[in-house]
Structure formats: C-alpha cells, structure tokens
Write a new protein. Structure first.
Length: 375
C-alpha cells in the first residue's frame, strides 16, 4: 500500500510515461528510473533471442536499428542474446550519449572457465560515401554508436566481434575490459577514434595501433609490446603497468615507439613501476635525452599489495639539476603510498627536473582498509 501511495508516477499508463520521457534529453531520461519502480522496469526490459554464433553481428545490428533516440522506450534498450550450443551470452545495452555496452559471458564461474588464447582484429576504415549516406538519412532518430564498451570478449566470438566493429562508422571512444585470453590486439581506425581504454586484459602480449588521431590512451595491466604504426600526439595518457612486462625478453627500448606519442601529453598518469623503469631514466637531468614539452599534470600511483618491482626497476638517485624537462607542470598527484617519507622522496626527485612550483596533492593508502578489501 505504501508503494502505491508514494509511487504516484508509477500509476500512470505506459503510453503517458513513454510520451513524457520522449521530451527529455537521453542522459536525463535514464534518471527517471530513480523516480518510480515501474519506470525502472520499463528501462530494464530486455529483448531475449537465441541465434547461432554466426548470426550474432546481424542480431546486434537489427537491435540497434530499431532504437529511437527520440523515443527511447519504444523498443527495449537491452538485448540478451544467447548463441552457440552452450550458455554463451551477449548482453547488449544502449546507454545515454550514444553508448553501447557489449558484455559476453560463458555461463560458467571464473574458477571453472579456462580462457583460450586468441587474437582480435578491430578494423574501422573511414568511408566517405557511407558517412554521407547516413548523415543525410531522413530519420533523425537513428542511433549512432560513439562510445563502445567491449567486456569479457571470449575466443569463440572474436571473428563476430571483428565483424560488428566495422559498422561503427562514428565511433569516437573504445573501451576494452577484462578480456581473458586476449593475447594480441590490432586496432585500425578512422580519424574519428579519439579515445582508447584497455583495462585488465592480463594475457595481452601484443598491441598494434593504426590510429592517426588518438588523443586519449588509458591502459592498465601487464605491459605488452606496443606498436603505434602511425604517429599521434596524446593529450591524456594513463600507463599503469604495475605488474611489469607481460612477455619474456623485455627491454626498456621496446617502449621507445610509445614514448614518442606521450612527449606532448598535458596529463600523464603513471604507476610507480612505469615511472621508475620507463620514464625516470629518460628525464634524468644529466642525460637530457627526453623532453615533455607540454606536461601540466603528473600523477604517480602506488599499490604496494599488487606491485612487483624487481631489481631492474630504476631507483631515482640524487642528480645535479642542469636541464629542465617539465617547464609547464602545474599539478603533481601521489596516490596509494603507504608513508609520507615515500611520497616526499619521490616528490623531491621530481622537483629536480622542473623549474616551476606545481601544486602537490598527496593521499596516503590505508593499509588496513586495503587488506580488508582484498581478504
């Protein structure tokens, strides 16, 4: 009885609810799920289909073609797609601001699932004819994917994912997350792709990038061999290789091609291993063989519970200040350090290669809290 009394909006007919939402911007429309349990149910309605593995790309394309951005509740924004002979599942979700989430699962617990190694080819070539056709299409409600999340891609659908990717002509942001077994990744994109995020793909050994206009690159996981085939200048880079190299025969020179892409970065986020092993040896004042021309914000994170810093990691030493490498730095952030002394020591070394007085923001890690979360 209390729910009926308090949930006044929920007593409205579905047709009126959908009509109200059609007047709202997409990001505000999704927030209506907080108003009423019935509205929340409308948003979470899912279309369920069973298809063969080969039909996955067509099923997703058909699902997207029916979504109307001007009337988002006209068709479900979630698709549960069962494919293959087992319990393999693709959950496709359309979100605000032209986002598409594609999350795969095998129906097995992680402990039972042994990933098989696979490669992924993601090619998105710019086609002016296709763009002109879509741009001048009379239906203004057509949904164009601008941000794509690929989560938990598995080896059995790598070819189907590659096939789907070619149709996202307006893609600007790509996020690849927790793909167990992904060993090699090749990304070839149109100039529209501006942002790339790769998180926690722990078997990744090779990353080949053919992207000419990339501005943001965020990476967390083992350090793979990174080959940026085309030159691009990153404005924002996060390089978190806290677990060290993900392949044998690692040499710091393997990272040289990637260094050229961050020399003009304005925001740089590094883990401690990346800073000490790959960056610090190059900006030592006595060497002066690498310059960060535009760096304004530097963040160094530390996770003592997961770091594997070997003897090969370079430890900053006292040097003579003879050259300036960081002349535009405005903010330095330290996160996750367990002692003030560790933060202070690293800050003093960084100050030796700058000629300005940046704002330093430091937060200490609560070791007891961290252990509780892990256990």
């Amino acid at each position: 009885m209390e729910e009926k009394t308090g949930d006044l909006f929920g007593r409205l007919p579905n047709g009126i609810i959908c009509h109200i939402i059609s007047f709202l911007p997409s990001e505000s429309a999704l927030e209506t799920s907080l108003i009423s349990s019935r509205w929340r149910g409308l948003w979470n309605t899912a279309l369920v289909q069973h298809v063969s593995k080969d039909d996955v790309p067509d099923a997703v394309a058909e699902f997207l073609s029916h979504f109307d951005t001007l009337d988002p509740l006209r068709h479900p924004r979630r698709l549960k797609l069962y494919f293959g002979k087992g319990n393999d599942l693709l959950l496709a979700t359309i979100a605000a601001n032209n986002k598409l989430h594609l999350e795969f699962s095998t129906g097995k617990e992680k402990e039972e699932f042994l990933p098989r190694y696979f490669g992924l080819q993601l090619q998105l070539k710019y086609d002016q004819n296709v763009q002109n056709l879509i741009t001048h299409q009379p239906c203004s409600s057509t949904f164009f994917v601008k941000t794509l999340y690929l989560k938990s891609v598995i080896n059995v659908v790598n070819e189907e994912v590659s096939s789907m990717f070619t149709s996202f002509q307006f893609l600007e942001n790509l996020k690849i997350i927790e793909c167990d077994g992904l060993q090699s990744l090749h990304i070839e994109s149109s100039p529209k792709l501006l942002s790339l995020t790769i998180f926690d793909c722990h078997q990744l050994e090779s990353l080949h990038l053919r992207t000419s206009k990339l501005q943001t690159f965020h990476y967390r996981g083992f350090l793979p061999r990174i080959w940026p085939e085309h030159h691009f200048n990153l404005a924002d880079a996060m390089l978190d290789f806290r677990l060290g190299p993900g392949y044998t025969g690692f040499s710091s020179s393997d990272f040289d091609p990637m260094l050229l892409t961050i020399k003009n970065a304005q925001v740089l986020t590094l883990c401690r291993w990346t800073f000490q092993t790959l960056i610090w040896p190059l900006i030592l004042p006595l060497k002066a063989n690498f310059l960060f021309y535009k760096l304004k914000e530097l963040s160094v994170t530390n996770d003592p519970e997961s770091y594997c810093i070997t003897s090969t990691a370079a430890t900053p030493k006292k040097v003579v200040k003879s050259h300036t490498k960081l002349g535009h730095l405005k903010v330095i952030k330290f996160e996750g350090f367990t002692t003030v002394e560790a933060q202070t020591t690293l800050a003093e070394h960084i100050k030796e290669v700058i000629s300005v007085q940046p704002l330093i923001i430091a937060t200490l890690s609560d070791k007891n809290c961290l252990r509780n979360q892990i256990n």
